[in-house]
Design a protein around this ligand. Structure first.
Ligand SMILES: [Zn+2]
Length: 330
């Protein structure tokens, strides 16, 4: 715990000025000289700039002058209002305080000041929004199985073709999942010319089981995903996710690594689409900093709501990307 010293008039500032006076009824005779103990607001001279300045910042303990509390100055907490923002050099080293000596009282005073501000706001007709207040909610709840992007089930060949433009005959280079025929490697003899390759006996296509076909396609999925995923701490997440999917247990997938990636993505997003920055911006505009609250009048502020909603839709898209962090070719 740091030790502070109370300040007395005639104490010097680090810029060569002096404290000019203190509490006239709080005088100590030190070394034969009458010295007044100094409070916040007492006058100070500066060693560099002309004029008279004041002591700013107190140690927390108070002293009442005409019914109003004044805070004692202290070497740890006080500085001069002169342009140098100079600190004070204590000379009475027997009168000390601990840095936390008045934490409780300082908090109490802060509380009183806060309440006074609230009354002041009320007088001006500014009501605080009652708390707790929900300022942000994702459109879809976590693990909401009714959400549009959380549905699952089987799709028939026609739906795949018409809605997703996926032709089951050509979707895989390894196997045809419709006929269950394995496909030959695209170029098994890279050193041979096309003519030479044409002379080779054609290998009979192999029929595979449904499970084998699915396995071949998952292997393909994994190797393609690797190509598109970034390098770094999260590069294995996508493989892990595909493995989980292949397990087909129906259990939700979760991974601390994925959570970390998502958090990092949200915190580091400096783009205009960043939800976090938008929320911060809205709050910044909504908060009345003089009184330290969001006025009730902002509650029906639809521009506030709209921006949040818009950013939510974007968040929704981001989640998809982040869901497979680093994977761009999803
Ligand atoms: Zn100065």
């Amino acid at each position: 715990m740091a030790k502070g010293y109370f300040l007395y008039h005639l104490d010097k500032t680090t810029c060569g000025g002096r404290i000019l006076s203190g509490a006239s009824d709080d005088v100590y005779i030190i070394g034969g000289v009458a010295r007044q103990q100094v409070r916040v607001g007492d006058p100070v001279s500066c060693g560099v700039h002309k004029g008279q300045f004041r002591v700013c910042g107190g140690m927390g303990d108070t002293y009442t002058v005409g019914g109003a509390p004044k805070v004692w100055a202290g070497s740890l907490d006080s500085f001069s209002s002169c342009p140098c923002r100079a600190r004070f050099i204590p000379s009475v080293l027997t009168h000390t305080y601990d840095s936390h000596a008045n934490a409780g009282r300082a908090a109490e005073r802060e509380q009183t000041a806060k309440q006074q501000k609230l009354r002041e706001a009320k007088d001006k007709g500014i009501e605080p929004m009652p708390i707790p207040v929900r300022i942000y909610q994702t459109k879809n709840q976590m693990d909401d199985y009714q959400a549009k992007d959380m549905r699952h089930g089987d799709l028939d060949i026609r739906t795949l073709k018409v809605r997703f433009r996926i032709d089951v005959n050509t979707v895989s280079t390894k196997v045809n999942p419709r006929t269950l025929m394995e496909k030959p490697p695209l170029n098994p003899w890279p050193l041979l010319s096309p003519d030479e390759r044409a002379m080779l006996p054609e290998e009979p296509a192999r029929k595979v089981s449904k499970e084998e076909s699915a396995g071949l396609m998952f292997d393909e999925f994994r190797s393609l995903a690797q190509v598109y995923s970034f390098h770094g701490p999260y590069k294995d997440i996508i493989t892990e996710m595909i493995n989980h999917m292949q397990g087909n247990s129906g259990r939700p997938y979760s991974s601390p690594l994925l959570d970390r990636a998502l958090k990092e993505q949200i915190l580091n997003d400096r783009s205009r689409q960043s939800s976090l920055l938008k929320i911060k911006g809205i709050l910044h505009d909504a908060i009345n900093y003089e009184y330290g609250f969001i006025p009730l009048s902002k509650k029906g502020d639809y521009s506030m709501k709209r921006v949040i909603l818009r950013s939510l839709t974007q968040q929704f898209c981001l989640n998809l990307t982040v869901g497979s962090t680093g994977l761009t070719g999803w």
